[in-house]
Ligand binder design. Structure first.
Ligand SMILES: Cc1ncc(COP(=O)(O)O)c(C=O)c1O
Length: 474
């Protein structure tokens, strides 16, 4: 075996090339320690990104990532898009573009927003390098160290590193099957006001939330917008999944309800076209947008012109809604398969959400099971999920997990859930042996039919564990 100059063993022939570095030695760390900015102390890695290297192994069934099924995209359409750009706008595709984005891409964005029931003008938005950059730009523009962000509990694990790196104090508000408990949010705002603190913004994924899979009800949406107006607090509405709806009626967005005074709206092509294209957008009130634009100039000057032209070429070549419809068909089947597998293989003490759209199910196990520990066992069995802890800033979520049903096919979903269920069952039995408490066996083992064929159980949002810290940033 040879070792490359970074100290890594090379990948075996036929194996995907390894990415990432080997861990730094203590001596390496010491050499640079005095040079880092203090904000880096609070920086956290995203629970999902950490696992990308492991889940890329072909033998691992990954229910961890939020990966759309890009295998379903027709290669001939991709080739036609690339050919059109080569023939018509090669020099432009290879050139820098305006920070706010190309006009033809903004037209496509206006079309997607219209499909979600919103009208938007070119001046209202900036095209970003994915929705992730929009989260970063908003946090960068609004947050000084110690400022409060209100977020859902659990929240999007990918937002956690952004919030942490700007040293925000994130206060997480519990959810139930109707989304964030806006009544609890108001109580929290009252408490913060008594402490002389005014949150800068509320971060929410109201539709088919990542990671919990739940959707905020209309009365709560209306109240949230009222509260934002009454208390003059901005809201960041993050809506990557609104078009991926498997049942029910479309929900009115917070932006539609507010008309764009306090609600900033974040969209992305990642889940309706491709995450590899890295294209998202942020709609915000003019003065906020100006600051976001300055932040983007500092971050990357402009979003990839090539990616923007790929999107506009795509919108001209084919009906983008047909592709979204085909994704909805595929994902609905996978969601149902996962719900069915959970009924069969998870113990009766487990609970999970039944999402009406999006890509995720949030499952909560008996609280003596720690899902971070469970993941190590699951990886030995070549299956992965995201431990719930990554969706909290305060150590909660340790007996929950996020399961993704869009990235693998139905056979893999069945097998992946079966493997996790088997490991959970081992833990339940071990706990029973150690404590003498009798635990009911998994439903499949009992041979009992699913007691709730709808699979719809109440969202069990975990309570804070005794060792948990205060809800705060770094
Ligand atoms: C809620 C939420 N926001 C933002 C993103 C970032 O998406 P992207 O940067 O690919 O547009 C994701 C990706 O999974 C997400 O789930």
């Amino acid at each position: 075996m040879t070792i490359d100059d970074k100290g890594r063993a090379p990948s075996a022939p036929g194996e995907p090339k390894r990415v990432g570095r080997s861990p730094s030695t203590a001596r390496d760390i010491e050499r640079y320690a005095g040079l880092f900015a203090s904000r880096t102390r609070g920086m956290k890695s995203s629970a999902m990104r950490d696992m990308m290297a492991v889940t890329a192994r072909p033998e691992v069934i990954s229910l961890a990532g939020g990966l759309p099924d890009t295998r379903s995209f027709p290669p001939e359409t991709f080739a036609a898009m690339a050919n059109q750009i080569a023939a018509e706008s090669c020099a432009r595709a290879l050139q820098y573009g305006p920070t706010e984005g190309l006009p033809e891409t903004i037209d496509c964005i206006a079309e997607v927003m219209a499909a979600e029931g919103m009208r938007v003008d070119a001046d209202d938005l900036i095209v970003t390098t994915g929705g992730q950059q929009a989260i970063d730009l908003v946090t960068r523009a609004l947050i000084d160290p110690g400022d409060v962000i209100i977020a859902e509990a659990p929240t999007y694990p990918g937002a956690v590193p952004s919030f942490a790196s700007y040293q925000a104090d994130v206060v997480q508000i519990d959810m139930d099957a109707d989304g964030m408990r806006v009544d609890l949010m108001e109580e929290t705002l009252d408490r913060l006001e008594r402490e002389g603190r005014r949150p800068k913004f509320v971060y929410t994924v109201p539709s088919f939330q990542n990671p919990a899979g739940v959707t905020m009800s209309l009365p709560r949406r209306k109240r949230l917008v009222e509260v934002a107006n009454e208390r003059e607090i901005l809201v960041l509405e993050d809506n990557p999944y609104g078009m991926l709806r498997y049942e029910g009626e479309p929900q009115t967005t917070l932006r539609s309800l507010d008309g764009g005074v306090y609600v900033m709206y974040l969209g992305t092509f990642s889940k309706i076209l491709s995450p590899g294209i890295r294209l998202g957008w942020i709609v915000a009130p003019g003065p906020v947008l100006d600051k976001l634009n300055l932040g983007k100039q500092a971050a990357d000057l402009c979003t990839s012109t090539l990616s923007q032209l790929m999107v506009s070429s795509y919108f001209h070549q084919v009906g983008w809604r047909d592709y979204v419809d085909s994704l909805v068909e595929i994902y609905r089947g996978r969601r149902d398969t996962m719900l069915d597998a959970l009924e069969r293989h998870f113990p009766p003490q487990a609970e999970w959400t039944r999402p009406a759209g999006g890509l995720f199910i949030w499952a909560t196990l008996p609280d003596f099971i720690d899902t971070t520990d469970l993941l190590a066992r699951a990886l030995q069995a070549n299956v992965a999920f995201v431990p719930g802890e990554g969706a909290y800033m305060d150590g909660r979520g340790r007996s929950s997990m996020r399961l993704n049903f869009s990235g693998v096919d139905e056979d893999e979903i069945r097998e992946g859930v079966r493997r996790i269920g088997e490991i959970v069952q081992e833990q339940v039995e071990l706990y029973g042996t150690l404590t003498g408490e009798q635990q009911a066996p998994a439903r499949a083992a009992e041979g009992a039919p699913a007691e709730d064929a709808e699979g719809g159980r109440v969202v069990k949002i975990p309570t804070r564990r005794s060792g948990g810290e205060r809800a705060s940033g770094p």
